[in-house]
Design a protein around this ligand. Structure first.
Ligand SMILES: NC(=O)c1ccc[n+]([C@@H]2O[C@H](COP(=O)([O-])OP(=O)(O)OC[C@H]3O[C@@H](n4cnc5c(N)ncnc54)[C@H](O)[C@@H]3O)[C@@H](O)[C@H]2O)c1
Length: 270
């Protein structure tokens, strides 16, 4: 294999949820490493902002509207990107998150958690988050004999966190599905890995981590207290692992893995 270890100049990356905090930063890192990037999401405004940021850094990027919960929408997006940038070779599945209805209030009864809220979180993180995009983009990667899929799981997929039971279980399923797909496509030229962030402030978890005045919530303080690095992560800190997993040369023999970026949270028990 020729070329530089972390060179992405031959790659076309689609980042679903590139409109969000973590997906946006991952898209930025891919663009700055030389990949052509398609930001996929539902907000043209937020997607357009990220496109501008990647272009300002000298990269190539477009926004493509799509709903990760719809196979038809994803298929249309895949084909539109192929005609503008080329066949997608790197897929980042970063649409996902928790839902307030699926979060148990402190001291509440787990037996009362609604089935609807549970299903909503599983649908978002597992079906729209990984299953449908992997089927749609995976199909063209397998046909091309080349690809890297990076699924955003979570540290909570390994250690179930209190209160966010549906989210933790859904992310555990994301890690499991990642391993399944890795084996399925290992001889087809397509690698599939998960990236598990610890705690990174974003819209979907802001209310859990901060009070309205911006100070840490009790839960936020508890998390910082348990994190050896004693801070939350910044979205840019996912860039290195993202570029590594995307790079055909740097991670050529890496598939079915779950890469944890959490400031050490999951490495300590107290
Ligand atoms: N922030 C954290 O601390 C943290 C930790 C671990 C894992 N994660 C995971 O990282 C991923 C990104 O989360 P984030 O924190 O950046 O949140 P975010 O809310 O900023 O980003 C998620 C993005 O996905 C988009 N999205 C949601 N549903 C969609 C759909 N149906 N179609 C297209 N786009 C859709 C949202 O509009 C948003 O832009 C999620 O899977 C989340 O569970 C986040």
């Amino acid at each position: 294999m020729s070329g530089k270890l972390f060179d992405l100049s031959g790659e076309v990356a689609a980042v679903i949820g590139g409109t969000g905090a973590l997906g946006g930063a991952m898209a930025q890192a891919l663009g700055e490493a030389g990949a052509k990037v398609a930001i996929i999401g539902r907000s043209a405004e937020r997607g357009g902002e990220r496109v501008q940021q990647i272009q300002a850094a000298g990269g190539t990027a477009i926004f493509q509207s799509a709903d990760a919960m719809s196979r038809d929408s994803l298929t249309a997006a895949r084909d539109a990107i192929a005609s503008q940038l080329g066949t997608v070779t790197v897929l980042v599945n970063a649409a996902g998150g928790n839902k307030p209805d699926a979060t148990l209030p402190p001291g509440s009864d787990f037996c009362k958690l609604s089935n609807a809220a549970w299903n909503e979180v599983f649908d978002l993180n597992l079906v729209g988050g990984v299953l449908l995009p992997s089927q749609v983009f995976g199909e063209s990667m397998v046909a091309a004999g080349k690809g890297s899929i990076i699924n955003i799981a979570s540290m909570s997929g390994m250690i179930p966190l209190s209160r966010v039971v549906a989210y933790s279980a859904a992310k555990a399923a994301v890690i499991n599905l990642t391993m399944f797909l890795a084996r399925e496509w290992a001889t087809k030229g397509v690698r599939v890995n998960a990236l598990s962030p610890g705690f990174f402030p974003a819209e979907q978890n802001r209310k859990l981590l901060f009070n309205d005045d911006g100070s840490y919530s009790a839960r936020g303080q508890q998390i910082i207290g348990h994190t050896p690095m004693a801070r939350f992560g910044t979205a840019e800190e996912l860039g290195g692992a993202t570029v590594w997993l995307a790079a055909p040369k740097a991670s050529s023999f890496v598939t079915g893995q779950n890469i944890v970026v959490d400031g050490g949270f999951s490495s300590v028990t107290i």
